[in-house]
Design a protein around this ligand. Structure first.
Ligand code: SAH
Length: 233
């Protein structure tokens, strides 16, 4: 089965967007992953085809209606086969990390709900068992960019998408560390040289140097990752 993203959005033309380019785009064309986009507006209600309304209790902005989003999610679930995990992008959610990305890549796909306005009615969140996921501690104007970011991270892990599989294992966060610094030609640039050990051809020493660099960087920049790593070993 092909890993499939089922997107619900008021702006379906935002997909695949940047994921139509490069390795993700090639993978999409070649069927390494699939994308199905549903326009939430197809489920709009009433004479004015509304998808949102003002919040009970007052306050600024509009809220997406449960009698629009509920049927929209049901419509997608009905066609999504074994894909049943419904994710709603929200600044209140669990902040996505590489462990979450790996977890999702191991599933058959995901249903991704992109909010707009002030967000969605709480009842539809609960009734459709949506999992709230955040891109980070800041506020976007819609869930679409969070969906694109999550998909980019998932898709590159899928078989047939990333050319060099080995490069996936050494990256930042795999193994709980930030990645070591990279150097390429020329060996001297603006008077700056490349660390001697990298030119030595001594694979064991290079491996040790890189690990030490990763550890130093992580300790210095991301104490939270470093402390978590130590407690895991
Ligand atoms: N009133 C909300 C923000 C709404 S922003 C609040 O204060 O929590 C509009 C939409 O953008 C949301 O429904 C959500 O789908 C999306 N969004 C905003 N920030 C996000 C973030 N950090 N991560 C993921 N989605 C986000």
């Amino acid at each position: 089965m092909t890993w499939t993203a089922h997107i619900l959005s008021l702006y379906p033309e935002m997909f695949p967007g940047p994921l139509g380019e490069s390795l993700a785009g090639k993978g999409l064309q070649e069927g390494a992953w699939d994308l199905k986009v549903t326009d939430i507006r197809d489920y709009a209600v009433g004479k004015h085809r509304n998808v949102d309304d003002s919040p009970f209790g007052g306050g600024a902005g509009m809220v997406m209606r449960p009698d629009v989003l509920g049927p929209a999610v049901d419509g997608v679930i009905a066609t999504a086969g074994e894909v049943d995990r419904v994710i709603y992008f929200s600044p209140r959610g669990r902040v996505m990390d590489q462990a979450f990305v790996r977890e999702l890549a191991a599933e058959p796909g995901a249903i991704l709900v992109c909010g707009r306005f002030e967000g969605i009615d709480q009842r539809v969140l609960e009734a459709r068992n949506m999992e709230e996921v955040s891109l980070g501690d800041f506020v976007l104007s819609g869930g679409e960019i969070a969906a694109l970011a999550l998909l980019d991270a998932v898709v590159r892990l899928l078989p047939g998408v990333t050319g060099n599989r080995e490069s996936l294992d050494e990256e930042s966060f795999e193994g709980g560390l930030l990645e070591y610094p990279h150097f390429t030609r020329p060996p001297v640039w603006e008077g700056r040289t490349v660390p001697e050990v990298l030119l030595s051809g001594h694979h064991e020493k290079i491996r040790e140097w890189r690990l030490r660099q990763s550890e130093e960087l992580t300790k210095e920049r991301r104490r939270d990752l470093w402390d978590r790593r130590k407690s895991n070993f």
